[in-house]
Design a protein around this ligand. Structure first.
Ligand SMILES: NC(=O)c1ccc[n+]([C@@H]2O[C@H](COP(=O)([O-])OP(=O)(O)OC[C@H]3O[C@@H](n4cnc5c(N)ncnc54)[C@H](OP(=O)(O)O)[C@@H]3O)[C@@H](O)[C@H]2O)c1
Length: 315
């Protein structure tokens, strides 16, 4: 058996509960993993909010898609992207459906080795934001010498974007609220306050122009300022402006209608991310760690949208 988080209705965090569910043995190509930490992401509360559909036939919903843990059993031929998996291996999994759990069975292809530099909490929160950031930088063709504008630079995806863009040799200007500026600066980027006058403030920092922009916020301001400052629309990518992106001709990334899921680039990014951690180019900031039964509190904090780091569940 495993304790798992369930959404038993569509709604707010009050619909979440923890229950015992049976866990099967891993089948061929699968592994059983004892979860040490599972990452919390906005998609998790969007899934049960009803905004993405409220078919009661889908209830109860298991939640979570990324986790770090220890391999407890392996099925025949269980092999991940870095090679065969064995009992005792410390791994990070993405995508792992139902990762908010004590134990999960998932395809071995979801798991890469956990770099020893990362704590369990850091490892549990690395992948979803990390692969999204790699996808966005690839879509916007970010390279050495670029000036890149990152909207929401103190956030989960934003902090990955900042670090990975700097590692590619770009100069990064990152938007943040009053409390996020220090976070952006700490990662080596130049913070700029979002809100009225954003375009002028960015121009003051980068009078020769901005080469590429990545939006993690989805506001009209983020889209409009990107369009105003970046000459080539092919070098603007958004992961959040699902309403505007298609009509503006900018890259829309993710799983929504009309978006590029980037399945291949995101899968390949997992080993790129663990290498960047091992090389000291990438860190994960943990903003909060919660036991499974406090999942609703974790979601309430995340829903405010200003956590400045990853929230994780520790079973
Ligand atoms: N399409 C995809 O593949 C994909 C993948 C991952 C995430 N997402 C989506 O991307 C979004 C961000 O995810 P996340 O995990 O990075 O969230 P997060 O950690 O909560 O970060 C949100 C960031 O947005 C900033 N922000 C809030 N209100 C703002 C405003 N009015 N103007 C400018 N910035 C504002 C916050 O900055 P301050 O705290 O500095 O105010 C914060 O840094 C979510 O909507 C998520 O669902 C999409």
């Amino acid at each position: 058996m495993s304790r798992v988080v369930l959404a038993t209705a569509f709604g707010g965090p009050e619909v979440l509960s923890v229950a015992d569910q049976p866990v099967g043995d891993p089948g061929p190509g699968e592994v059983l993993v004892d979860v040490r930490a599972a990452g919390v992401n906005p998609i998790d509360w969007k899934t049960y909010s009803g905004a993405m559909g409220a078919d009661p036939g889908r209830l109860p919903l298991r939640l979570g898609s990324e986790a770090a843990g220890v391999v407890a059993a392996v099925g025949e031929g269980a092999e991940g992207p870095a090679g065969p998996l064995a009992v005792g291996n410390e791994v990070i999994g993405f995508r792992v459906p139902g990762a908010y759990a004590e134990r999960v069975v998932a395809p071995a292809t979801a798991f890469v080795p956990k770099p020893p530099q990362l704590s369990w909490e850091e490892a549990g929160g690395l992948m979803l934001t990390g692969v999204t950031a790699v996808h966005a930088l690839t879509a916007a063709s970010v390279r050495t010498g670029d000036v890149v504008l990152v909207h929401g630079a103190a956030g989960g995806v934003g902090s990955m974007l900042v670090q990975l863009a700097l590692a590619r040799g770009a100069r990064v200007i990152g938007t943040a609220g009053p409390d996020g500026a220090d976070v952006v600066r700490r990662f080596g980027a130049e913070p700029v306050a979002y809100g009225d006058g954003l375009a002028d403030r960015v121009r003051a920092l980068a009078p020769d122009g901005v080469d590429a922009a990545v939006d993690t916020v989805g506001t009209d301001e983020a889209v409009d300022v990107s369009l105003e400052l970046v000459a080539d629309r092919a070098r603007i990518a958004t992961i959040a402006a699902f309403g505007r992106a298609l009509s503006e001709g900018i890259a829309l990334l993710g799983n929504g209608p009309g978006a590029d899921p980037g399945t291949g680039v995101r899968a390949a990014a997992r080993l790129e991310l663990t290498r960047a951690v091992a090389d000291g180019q990438l860190t994960v900031v943990v903003a909060g760690s919660f036991p499974l039964q406090d999942v609703a509190s974790a979601h309430r904090q995340g829903m405010q949208g200003h956590s400045h780091g990853k929230l994780v569940l520790v079973p």
